[in-house]
Design a protein around this ligand. Structure first.
Ligand code: ATP
Ligand code: MG
Length: 167
């Protein structure tokens, strides 16, 4: 389960009970994959290859949760989406700086994570969480994990009208 930072991955994962959840941020810590810190972007630098090896060592099916999950050689990617307008509010609640908020709502607006997931993973699903409760989003994730990926195809999310209104 991936998506732009702040979209709600950790909140949704906390309501998923049908499959074991692995927090990729903690996994990166545990396997010493955090190799630096980018002060300009206020973000950790992660050795993705090291993370891939750590994921490979996990036995059984798990739900990876984190914005790098789709880069970790996974069978299926669930991309959580949120309209940039609402994402701004979710990031504000987290107390993030204005440059970090702007970077992330721009990334969401132009589908950065979705495109990365489509390039890296053979089955990609999308859940628009904008007007959804956390519980409902978690139920959708559980449906996908139970094999109902075709209920959440990509291609229905389009923030272009919202972005045009920025100008
Ligand atoms: N439908 C929803 N799905 C997920 N989160 C929601 C939803 N509605 C509101 N939220 C809120 O949005 C915020 C999302 O924060 P959260 O830490 O879960 O995001 P994240 O994607 O894990 O971020 P990060 O990439 O920084 O770890 C929380 O405050 C959560 O309560
Ligand atoms: Mg999180």
């Amino acid at each position: 389960m991936t998506g732009t930072p702040g979209v709600g991955k950790t909140s949704v994962a906390s309501h998923v009970t049908s499959i074991d959840v692995v927090d990729v941020n903690s996994l990166a810590d545990d396997c010493d994959a955090i190799v630096g810190y980018d002060a300009g972007r206020d973000t950790d630098e992660v050795d993705v290859e090291r993370l891939v090896r750590a994921v490979k060592a996990i036995r059984g099916d798990v739900l990876l949760e984190g914005h790098l999950s789709h880069l970790l050689n996974v069978d299926l990617a669930i991309v959580l989406r949120c309209s940039p307008r609402v994402l701004r509010q979710r990031l504000a609640v987290k107390g993030w700086s204005e440059p970090k908020v702007t970077e992330n709502i721009e990334a969401e607006a132009v589908d950065v994570i979705l495109i990365e997931a489509l390039n890296a993973v053979s089955v990609v699903c999308e859940i628009d969480t904008t007007d959804m409760s956390v519980e409902k989003a978690a139920a959708a994730v559980e449906e996908i994990c139970a094999g109902e990926s075709e209920k959440y195809p990509v291609g229905h999310v389009d923030w272009s009208q919202e972005v045009i209104d920025w100008f």
